[in-house]
Ligand binder design. Structure first.
Ligand SMILES: [Zn+2]
Length: 279
């Protein structure tokens, strides 16, 4: 991992703030220390690092992707407790040092999703959702729609009432929600497939195929190089993009497999990202 190597080269992250002008004794810094900022974020991945630390891959509400180190977080009496685990939604204070990793200075839980961790299919869905964000949303630019979508997806695996709005069971229903999430995520990342007319020639009738290279549905004359797309699979994609995640449409498994292939091939060709199987 590139950032770990560069971290070793550049040495330890500075522990404290670096004043803008430390030679002037009159300079004081009210409020948060320079280089520090607050943001809400979801833990996508948590990696043990060194003797007692963790490296966190975060997706944040205000800064997109952040990689951060939580020093001492694996010590028994760490102030972070057990909240630096995947799928936690946290209020964080981070400090930007000279290295590529920010340092976590405080973390408060917004949502822990405890039920999700005891439900196998929900846990798998959360893992795949976070993995898709990790691969597709790698920019440091804030992307509030992507962040909110991930929050809703994780919340949907485990709502406060204990009755999930998403069918998190195995099979077609769980897969439909997972695919609706991927389509919406692709949209927030700027890689939504063209679904209204042939992605090659613009024809709006007789759309019988899908081409990942063309980035959308294709007509019979342009289908070469693509694959056959059923009307149900096409309809699923249009409806999934137009509906809230909790109202994701359903479709037979055969059609959902086509949807999965359509999303995967679009992202491989245009985002150069290969996602794990959706379900
Ligand atoms: Zn065409």
């Amino acid at each position: 991992m590139a950032y770990l190597r560069s971290q070793n080269r550049s040495g330890a992250i500075p522990a404290g703030p670096v004043p803008a002008d430390s030679s002037d004794p009159q300079v004081i810094f009210p409020g948060p220390m320079p280089g520090s900022y607050k943001t809400e974020a979801i833990v996508l991945r948590s990696i043990r690092y060194g003797e007692a630390d963790r490296v966190l891959h975060l997706y944040s509400a205000t800064r997109g992707r952040i990689n951060a180190i939580a020093k001492g977080s694996r010590r028994p009496k760490s102030r972070f407790g057990g909240r630096l685990e995947p799928y936690f939604r946290l209020d964080l204070v981070l400090h930007e040092g000279r290295g590529e990793l920010a340092t976590v200075t405080s973390a408060a839980t917004v949502a822990a999703h405890p039920e999700l961790r005891s439900n196998g299919p929900a846990l798998m869905a959360a893992a795949r959702g976070c993995d898709a964000v990790l691969r597709l949303c790698d920019s440091e630019e804030p992307n509030p729609p992507a962040y909110n979508l991930l929050c809703r997806y994780l919340d949907g695996q485990e709502p406060p009432s204990g009755v999930s709005p998403f069918p998190v069971v195995d099979g077609a229903a769980g897969q439909a929600t997972a695919l609706a999430f991927r389509l919406k995520l692709a949209l927030t990342a700027g890689f939504s497939p063209e679904l209204s007319s042939c992605a090659r020639c613009g024809e709006s009738d007789g759309l019988v195929g899908f081409s990942g290279a063309a980035g959308g549905v294709v007509c019979a004359a342009c289908e070469r190089g693509g694959f056959e797309l059923s009307p149900a699979a096409h309809r699923f994609m249009v409806e999934a993009l137009g509906q809230p995640l909790a109202a994701a449409p359903s479709a037979p498994e055969r059609d959902l497999r086509q949807v999965d292939r359509a999303i995967s091939e679009t992202l491989e060709h245009h985002a150069h990202v290969r996602l794990r199987a959706a379900a």
